[in-house]
Design a protein around this ligand. Sequence first.
Ligand code: FAD
Ligand code: N01
Length: 550
Amino acid sequence: MSYSTGALENSPEPLVFDVVVVGAGFAGLYMLHKLRELGFTVRVLEAASGVGGTWFHNRYPGARCDIESLDYSYSFSEELQQEWSWSERYASQPEILRYIDHVAERFDLLRDVQLNTVVANAEFEEHTARWSVTTEEGERYSARFCIMATGVLSAAQVPRLAGLEEYTGRWYHTGAWPHERPDFTGMRVGVIGTGSSGTQLIPLVAQQAKELVVFQRTANYCMPAQNRPLDANLEGEWKTHYPERRAFARASSFGHNQVSNDKKGTEVSPLERREELERRWDLGGLYMMRAFKDIMTNADVNREAIEFVHEKIDGIVNDPQTAEALKPKDLFIGTKRLCSGTDYYETFNRQNVRLVDVKSDPIKRVTPTGLQTEGETFALDAIIFATGFDAMTGSLLRINPTGRGGVKLSERWADGPRSYLGLSISGFPNMFVIAGAGSPSVFSNMVTSIEQHVEWIATCLLHLERNGAACIEATPEAEEGWVQHVNELADKTLYRHSKNTWFYGANTPGKPVVFMPYVGGVGRYSQNISSIAAKNYEGFSIQERVDSSL
Ligand code: FAD
Ligand code: N01
């Protein structure tokens, strides 16, 4: 595989393209493919030394998808989906990365991807109606359109713990895992964080480490993934019916083919509810989220699922005190992203694993040889931060683009992210965000949502081109209406009771606590954005070209 490098093309003059795309994960790569097909010149700028985004960066032991691999894959090419074979029900990180590398090679994408290139600044120049994009190395690009495919779970976050600089052991963050896999054999290891990354990683590190201390601040619900090798008959059946499967996913609420129960929990008997919860536990992973139509809106139905999972924890974990500590308190199931793991609760029965509750005994500092809580000192040879991301907005705000009138995005978003459709921000003409805050994004199979956005943006750009338009921009009124709509939908759910989550930005110090994703579902969202496009991009203002050089 050959990659172009930034340094070779360093030039005092800006390099000129129709479109600059930032990020080469699932979103950036498909955006490139789609736009190139339509005849646009495109340059993708990617900070990492390889493509794949999430799946390039998150190489920690146990990293895998929790949407079935047959669903969590591109649908845009029938040949691609027929020729690729997944080995497991839920694909592991190495396999997904192999898949993305295959896609990049198969569609000859790499020649327009510039790796090792961190975008430091992006500025809309009003006099030319072009975006000026600058890298950390000082290279400049000029493009009519700037598409932010920077990811919503891509700004890894290490807590600012006193003493970390003096720590003499090794430390890691799950979202920036080294390529040479660390070996924890014989080591005393501490893991901070018990979200999706922590719950996947803990059982595997426990198998290697001499001692493992898990520092848990908030317990979350971890469903058994029920991962297994992919059944050849099932794969064959999917491949025969891929077009229908993909169409179903796109019209569904969550962008995949997982079975949802159409019945409300309140409509069925206690026995039927219990049976359904058992069935969902056996189906594994995120299936619990779809046990009943009202599980995310009816507190009593949700509580029954909570009690069910608490019973499961009691049945698995031998030590009653540890079992109690692992049970989430005051947290509706699913309102903090549900985790999907293998042998997570079982791992706490191992002699070499200890759970430490850092809510009651908070972490005080890192010492040169370990970690200190208010009440205890731990000697650790390695610390793993499974502490998550500045989610949804972090990577975008690290670039902090400048829109009309020299206004920075951080100023526009001082009270939290605001967008029209999660795609476009008023005051930032010709800039699009893929799967951003205000779109279904993290509440869906993200590959489905990414494809939906990429196709919508590509069609929009073609429309502008064909109509001789210079600029498209969300109107402040349309943006305000959409923000209200997103909040109104969220307010009808149980999410409003659990604000201590990254869905609200609460995990990032200083970030405004605002609910960010759109909960209305992929299908409904798709209808919205399609009808807006059909109504000549209702809610956007489109300006005609005044200068042929634009
Ligand atoms: P990313 O894959 O995050 O790619 C963004 C890219 O932009 C990165 O390569 C980054 O380096 C680059 N970038 C950012 N800022 C800059 C800059 N300033 N300059 C240059 N480059 C920049 N979703 C699901 O639907 N199902 C799952 O099972 C699932 N599992 C996940 C597991 C993990 C561990 C994580 C972290 C996320 C998971 N997600 C899952 C969400 C996942 O992020 C998306 O599914 C998808 O991979 C996002 O693709 P993307 O291209 O939008 O963003
Ligand atoms: O991050 P998280 P993640 N001291 O934010 C704790 C996707 N994903 O990387 O809850 C002590 O969920 C924090 O505690 P608290 C998925 O969308 C998917 O695990 O803030 N603890 C929490 O326990 C997911 O939601 C998969 O009290 C601290 C943990 O660290 C998203 O990515 C796999 C702390 C962070 O959990 C992020 O998941 C992996 C501190 N100072 C990721 N700071 C799949 O399975 C934070 N914590 C598909």
